[in-house]
Design a protein. Sequence first.
Length: 245
Amino acid sequence: MRKGFEALVSIGRDLKYGVNGIILAVIGTVLVLIALVFTAPFIFSLLISSTSSVSSLASSSVVGASIISIIGGLIGLIGYVLLFIAFMKTGEIYNEKDVKDGGLVALIGYILSIILSIIGLIVLLIGFYMIYAGLEKVIENLPKQQPNLPPPSTPLGQVGIGKLYSNGMAEVTIYSQYQLGILSATILGTNYSTNNITPNQLSLGYNAIKIDFKASFTFVSGNIYVIQLTLSNGQTLNISVVYQP
């Protein structure tokens, strides 16, 4: 998970708290496990012993382990909350509802598990399943490295030529030196317009963009069409696509 969030951060996604979250979650879990290791022999001896007398040294060990456990639990709580919020943000960035909702469900389940262990764990597992199911689609939409394609001469521009398919999907590559949102896309000279764009934010470097016009096209095979993108700074960007039925 840490490497995955680091990869997303490296392409300009604001998900650094996902990296921090998983680190804190691991540290908190390790501290709790250490506390359990120190207290387990003492608890076991109490269960099998016929006397309730406890040495002061053993009592001090238990108190110290309890303090470590509480600190670890708090650190883990902060880490998991940050982690699940990062998943929600990932789903929002890539328009993937399963990841976004899964992060929320997992967060609720984690909090419930503190109060109602069994119910909370079940909800937590459901949330993780939703996240897992949606991450495959997110991975498919990650920007692909294109080392053989030189960037355009302008700070923002299309790389190569895109493709437009008969099922209403368009695929383009955009190089950007800015972080901008993509609000909408329109095929010039037609009535086709959409805001179903994945991802809908340009990061620094190469961006593999998929545009779903939710329509069936019957254009001329091999013809070049122009898609105009409206960006969050008010600027428009025209990109060329070749129609492939």
